[in-house]
Design a protein around this ligand. Structure first.
Ligand SMILES: Cc1cc2nc3c(=O)[nH]c(=O)nc-3n(C[C@H](O)[C@H](O)[C@H](O)COP(=O)(O)O)c2cc1C
Length: 198
């Protein structure tokens, strides 16, 4: 799959088959994130990869899913993520205002590689940070930025283009239809692309 295909195919997935994510793929994801862009090349990120089922279950209890459709959208029992990457910032290396950009770039890299290899994901920041940090034994000076949930998809959300001119915040909410299929509206190209000057 080429990069653009993976970019277009990637959707936040919130229902997963229970087939484990291949360990080598998890390693490749972190290896890919490792060589990504980094402010001042500080490379301040650490990645805690969680695959052990009991620990996955504990992490799951500390996440909130799909605010616009809640409680629908939370992975149902038997369809929860089979792996997580906890993206953490090593404070002693970080430029404080910049670390989150490194994290964003790394997370997108992880998610795109996953999509290209048949593993989907959901980036989560609705996280009980103290609890997850405790579960993962994060030491002083290692701060959790985000949790990326991973697994083989058991749903296939659909992206829909908004009509041009629909610029407000009322139109951007994803929704589920009567079959619980997720639809994700994206702003029209003409509403986000500015040539030369605003
Ligand atoms: C910074 C950030 C935080 C997010 N936090 C959550 C979250 O806590 N829970 C959740 O279910 N989805 C979360 N998401 C996923 C968004 O809801 C999702 O990206 C958005 O609805 C667009 O859908 P798409 O990823 O399929 O394009 C987050 C995404 C980003 C970029």
């Amino acid at each position: 799959m080429d990069v653009l295909e993976a970019i277009k195919k990637r959707r936040s997935v919130r229902s997963f088959s229970q087939e484990p994510v291949d360990r080598d793929l998890l390693i490749q994801m972190i290896d890919a994130a490792r060589v990504g862009p980094s402010a001042a090349n500080r490379q301040c990120l650490k990645y805690v990869v969680v695959t052990e089922p009991e620990l996955c279950a504990e992490v799951f209890k500390n996440l909130k899913w799909a605010a616009y459709t809640a409680p629908v959208g939370t992975p149902a029992p038997g369809f929860t993520p089979t792996a997580y990457v906890a993206v953490c910032v090593l404070q002693k290396l970080a430029l404080p205002t910049m670390a989150k950009y490194d994290a964003g770039a790394a997370i997108q890299t992880i998610m795109l590689l996953g999509t290209a290899r048949g593993v989907d994901s959901c980036w989560l920041k609705a996280v009980n940070y103290p609890e997850v940090s405790k579960l993962l034994n994060l030491p002083e000076g290692v701060e959790l930025d985000s949790v990326v949930a991973l697994g083989k998809p058991a749903e296939e959300p659909t992206q829909v283009d908004l009509e041009e001119g629909k610029e407000g915040v009322e139109v951007i909410k994803y929704w589920r239809d009567e079959n619980s299929r997720q639809f994700v509206p994206k702003r029209a190209l003409g509403d986000v692309l500015v040539w030369e000057k605003f």
